[in-house]
Ligand binder design. Structure first.
Ligand SMILES: Nc1ncnc2c1ncn2[C@@H]1O[C@H](COP(=O)(O)OP(=O)(O)O)[C@@H](O)[C@H]1O
Ligand SMILES: [Mg+2]
Length: 300
């Protein structure tokens, strides 16, 4: 088959590595080309049998929307699924409606009065970013003054609503789904980070301290908790209209589970990305992971 691996331009190092790896993984069975998402995309993509969609942020909606129009099958979720996950406040509203636990929250829209809250400490994040963008030590706030400052930083830097979430002080996990299979759960353990660093994925922890962060997969948690997380993850997948694959971040405080956010198009960088760590724990090679994703896409 002719497979187009669609990506945004420009590509950063991480994404370039991912595109190369996906192309390599599929090459033994298919004719595969990387295809940038630019003005000539609609004309070029018609010559392919299927698209591996690796575009990012807002474009993860645009690419499938155009492919629906052209009737070209593609990996990952459809436009609605991605749209519901791009904005964390929207995602959380749907999770809550379906009884999937998520930290209590409120959304602060630019230039409106910053709301008072009664759930300190809270964490303030841009509602529509990813990769820990906009997250620093100052994102965790203990009073109204620092809350106001954090919200205004989000407005100024990202021109979008700020999500104010109850800060869950606890263990952090990630759960991945491929084809309705929940992969082994991954724990992200921040306890061995140098003194003084945040015990959460702030921008600097995520991007500069991955070597000192401990990844444990499968996570060491009691069976009942593991099953509960898996059940919630599958209901979230369904509630958010997702298909093919996705990854969700969560925290646990005591026995309480809190889903933080859902990534409808998680990165697939070999070794580095969470979902590839989970696949490895399930004894899938990178090639198997990528092939499974592609093969399911052909059945939609
Ligand atoms: N409500 C919360 N309580 C505790 N930590 C949080 C909360 N929300 C986010 N975090 C921390 O911030 C990190 C990034 O937040 P997340 O919502 O996953 O956004 P991103 O899209 O940037 O990954 C999480 O992995 C977690 O470490
Ligand atoms: Mg996250």
């Amino acid at each position: 088959m002719k497979v187009a691996v669609v990506h945004d331009i420009p590509l950063d190092e991480e994404r370039k590595e991912m595109i190369d790896a996906v192309v390599r993984a599929l090459k033994s069975s298919h004719q595969v080309d990387p295809l940038p998402f630019d003005e000539s995309f609609m004309l070029k993509v018609k010559h392919y049998d299927v698209v591996f969609n690796l575009s990012s942020s807002a474009k993860q909606v645009h690419v499938p929307a155009l492919l629906e129009l052209l009737n070209v099958p593609y990996t990952g979720s459809d436009p609605l699924g991605h749209a519901l996950c791009i904005d964390k406040s929207v995602t959380k509203t749907i999770l809550k409606h379906h009884g999937i636990p998520t930290p209590q929250f409120i959304t602060a829209k630019p230039n409106e009065k910053v709301p008072e809250i009664d759930f300190y400490p809270a964490i303030v994040k841009p509602s529509r970013e990813g990769s820990a963008k906009g997250l620093s030590r100052d994102s965790v706030v203990h009073d109204y003054d620092s809350l106001m400052r954090a919200v205004k930083r989000v407005w100024n830097e990202f021109s979008q609503p700020a999500l104010i979430d109850e800060f869950i002080d606890g263990r952090e996990f990630s759960v991945g789904i491929v084809d309705n299979n929940v992969l082994p759960i991954l724990e992200i353990d921040f306890s061995s980070l140098p003194e003084g660093l945040e015990r959460f994925y702030s921008y600097r922890v995520k991007h500069n301290y991955s070597e000192q962060t401990r990844y444990v997969c499968p996570a060491q948690i009691p069976h009942d908790l593991e099953n509960k997380i898996k059940r919630y993850a599958l209901s979230a997948f369904k509630a958010l209209n997702l298909r093919n694959y996705a990854r969700m971040d969560l925290r646990i405080r005591g026995k309480e589970i809190f889903f933080l956010e859902v990534n409808s198009l998680p990165l697939l960088v070999p070794e580095y990305s969470d979902i590839t760590k989970m696949a490895k724990a399930a004894n899938w090679s990178y090639e198997e992971l990528v092939t499974k994703i592609l093969n399911t896409a052909l059945k939609f």
